[in-house]
Ligand binder design. Sequence first.
Ligand code: AMP
Length: 192
Amino acid sequence: MRERVVVLGPPGAGKGTQCKLLAAARGLLHLSTGDLLRAEVDAESSLGQQVKAVVARGDLVSDDLVLAIVRNRLAIHREGWLLDGFPRNSTQAAMLDDLLADLGQPLRVALQLQVPEEELVARLLGRGRCDDSEVVVRRRLQIYARETEPINAHYQARELLKCVDGLGSVEDVATRIGNSLDEREHGEETIC
Ligand code: AMP
């Protein structure tokens, strides 16, 4: 069965690292809206110039703009995929439901990586990305709590939400994620 997975979790939870491993292991497309936006900023494209200041502040760029990026890619990629960093608020979650209904690609799982806040701050400050200064890190975590965390309920209500402990080595977390996805395929799902 083809995996179509939304990977949720706060900044610093390890979504990017785990998505890369999972995509390589299972032959899935890894679609990271943050990576795509940063690439546009680095390339100094017109889109990049529009979003540069917003990304640097840690704010969210417009829903329509991000949806366009996701739609363009999913429309041409009909196999399995992992969405990393999207949806980020309830409007985007509703937009994604409509898009997937249009494309006939139902979501299989929304996977929530769970990491305590103090560990997130330490990880984010340690990784040295341009949008990871302390002020911006705190802002991104606040925006996560206010805008993104509430969408867990959206997926829980659809019985799609699965929670995975994101603490420990990269390999241990990857094993937990793999087990969690396989459990669902075998019908032994554990909803969080
Ligand atoms: P990320 O790498 O997912 O943490 O994203 C880095 C930055 O890109 C975020 O702080 C936002 O400025 C922007 N971004 C990424 N994904 C989205 C999204 N789905 N909606 C709005 N802004 C986003």
